[in-house]
Write a protein that binds this ligand. Sequence first.
Ligand code: ADP
Ligand code: ASP
Ligand code: MG
Length: 408
Amino acid sequence: MALIVKKFGGTSVGTVDRIEAVADKLQQSRKNGDDVVVVVSAMSGETNRLVDLAHAIQEQPTPRELDVLLSTGEQVTIALLSMALEKRGCPARSYTGGQVHILTDTVHNKARIKDIDAARVRADLDAGRVVVIAGFQGVDEHGNITTLGRGGSDTTAVAMAAALKADECQIFTDVDGVYTTDPRVEPHARRLNKITFEEMLEMASLGSKVLQIRAVEFAGKYNVPLRVLSSFEEGEGTLITFEDEGMEEAKISGIAFNRDEAKLTILGVPDQPGIAYKILGPIAAANIEVDMIVQNIAEDTATDFTFTVHRNDYKRALAVLQATANETKAREVKGDNAIVKISLVGVGMRSHAGIASTMFEALAKEGINIRMISTSEIKISVVVDEKYLELGVRTLHEAFELAEKKPF
Ligand code: ADP
Ligand code: ASP
Ligand code: MG
């Protein structure tokens, strides 16, 4: 007998029929003798609908109230799924995040889980019930409802698995595992049987939304066996694991991309100590996160400085930068919010030279201009024009032979 935490995402619980299908699956696990804790997302489209409602009233919704609103999506699903289980004669109980003591910090809209008191869940399991928990939400120490950021139900599931010392945390979704790249962009993408935590973390942070980055972080830190599987088909899915010998052969395990990028450049700023701070200080003060940074070598006494931000922050960042430009007497400010970032990820990269040149050559052959480059031990990222996203991803997928090997 095993204790399994199973998480079902929005599409997997998107209709009443799908909720019934999830209930069938859970009943089967119970029949096999497993203890089951289920974490569910809001029905597909629901969280977006709620976000739109909030924006129809406030341009920048009050973070606390936005959390009260968004947390309702998951509350609908837990009740419906528990009803479907009860209908099958399978005892079940639904709980909101707060009811099972998912304690978070007070950062509304992207709260972090600090603690879980799993006693109530354990008691229900001991009584033979399936426990159905609302993903994506918790409460802070004052009892305010918080949410964990988009995709946060993954993190609820992993944190619950860690708290219960579950045998496995299974993330059921609308693809049958983690692929070499998003199969919606590259139909030849290949499912990976295994991927290391390190690589999965990098893929998630570079834009692969199949798992929320905090879920991967958490699973790595607390040693939670984590698997991504299809809600609709049988299969082994993808196991997220620690590095092992057989895995070192692949130089590149995947390609991630992020469409939410924008870039800003300040041209002709005086090149003197403290200038980077002068430019980025006000950006940080405005709570805008900066990703890539490039400063050109100054030819005379002036230099150019470019950085990228999330596309949602583009307009605000532009205004802040313009103010800095006026103050420092810089020549000009330029911006572009039609750019994307494409990244190659692989632990094998650290021991193989030439990956960057293969990457740049492949992109050049397709006439794709690289606007920025950044590297770390296990990734290389390039910024290109948005219109080249699909072509860029497919070109690199082919250049690094990531597709399924055909027998003929
Ligand atoms: P859920 O609602 O179940 O949480 P998500 O939409 O958050 O599902 O995540 C699943 C989606 O992630 C897939 O439909 C797929 O388009 C996307 N995705 C992005 N990169 C990858 C990848 N490398 N492997 C698999 N899926 C990926
Ligand atoms: N419903 C939330 C979202 O859409 C959380 C989740 O599905 O993981 O982001
Ligand atoms: Mg998700």
